[in-house]
Design a protein around this ligand. Structure first.
Ligand SMILES: Nc1ncnc2c1ncn2[C@@H]1O[C@H](COP(=O)(O)OP(=O)(O)O)[C@@H](O)[C@H]1O
Ligand SMILES: [Mg+2]
Length: 235
């Protein structure tokens, strides 16, 4: 479904990605791991169309999408839950959710899709008329995920969705994401906490200094000595 090969991305004069390759099959849950500054957000940003690559290839459902505008990517079935959530804090929860739908004609209409999100996160229905900025960190993250889901994505990119979320709520959010995956949505999850990531994904890639350093199934990564010494002690 998604194939990134030999991706090179610069931020101004600084090279952030030197050689990132990864692929995700339809229906998979894949992790993107790595230390702070390794290039995880730049990678999903480039997939989403926020950063045009210097070189390399990004293919989604067989088509080259490198350099395509973010709105076009949303319209074609990719959604990003950005790092730090990026909600509209003064707008209500309901308005934030509706923002996620405006780029893509929905199969079942707005209310059906809102119903799906409220079923996933019932607290958001109770708080629909409240400004999003008044919600707890975990609830705001639910709004960010819900907003991304409003566009009915086939590929959902999640950039550290558990950051600033209380441990008990993390379980709720993770279970909701499992339900989303069970509906057939493919998931690429960025996570710094390796244990938590390996709880959720089938497979993962590790990025180091802008390069894909390691790839494997959950079991092989846990067993990989290099992975263990480098990353499992991290958190
Ligand atoms: N918008 C930006 N402008 C300039 N440099 C950036 C920008 N975003 C990220 N970087 C730099 O690119 C590198 C990779 O960052 P990032 O992709 O955010 O890493 P990660 O998400 O793994 O923490 C870092 O050195 C970071 O400082
Ligand atoms: Mg990041």
């Amino acid at each position: 479904m998604l194939a990134v090969s030999h991706l090179v991305v610069d931020h101004g004069k600084m090279r952030a990605l030197w050689d990132v390759s990864l692929s995700v099959e339809a229906g998979e849950k894949v992790g993107l791991l790595g230390a702070n500054g390794a290039g995880k957000s730049t990678t999903v940003g480039a997939i989403m169309g926020l950063f045009p690559p210097q070189s390399g290839e990004i293919r989604f459902e067989g088509q080259s999408i490198a350099g395509r505008a973010p709105a076009e990517n949303v319209a074609r079935g990719i959604a990003l839950v950005p790092e730090g959530r990026r909600l509209f804090p003064e707008m209500t929860v309901g308005e934030n959710l509706e923002m996620g739908a405006y780029l893509r004609p929905l199969r079942g209409g707005l209310d059906t899709r809102l119903g799906f999100v409220f079923d996933l996160f019932p607290i958001l229905k109770e708080k629909a008329a409240q400004p999003a900025g008044e919600l707890s960190g975990g609830q705001q993250q639910m709004v960010a995920i819900g907003r991304a889901l409003m566009s009915e994505p086939r590929l959902l990119l999640l950039d550290e969705p558990f950051l600033g979320v209380a441990p008990l709520v993390i379980e709720d959010v993770m279970n909701a994401l499992r339900r989303v995956a069970a509906t057939g949505v493919t998931i690429l999850l960025i996570e710094q906490n390796i244990h938590r990531a390996l709880d959720f994904v089938d497979r993962a890639y590790v990025i180091e200094n802008g390069r894909t350093a390691l790839e494997g199934t959950r079991e092989s990564l846990i067993g990989d000595a290099d992975f263990g010494s480098k990353f499992l002690g991290l958190e």
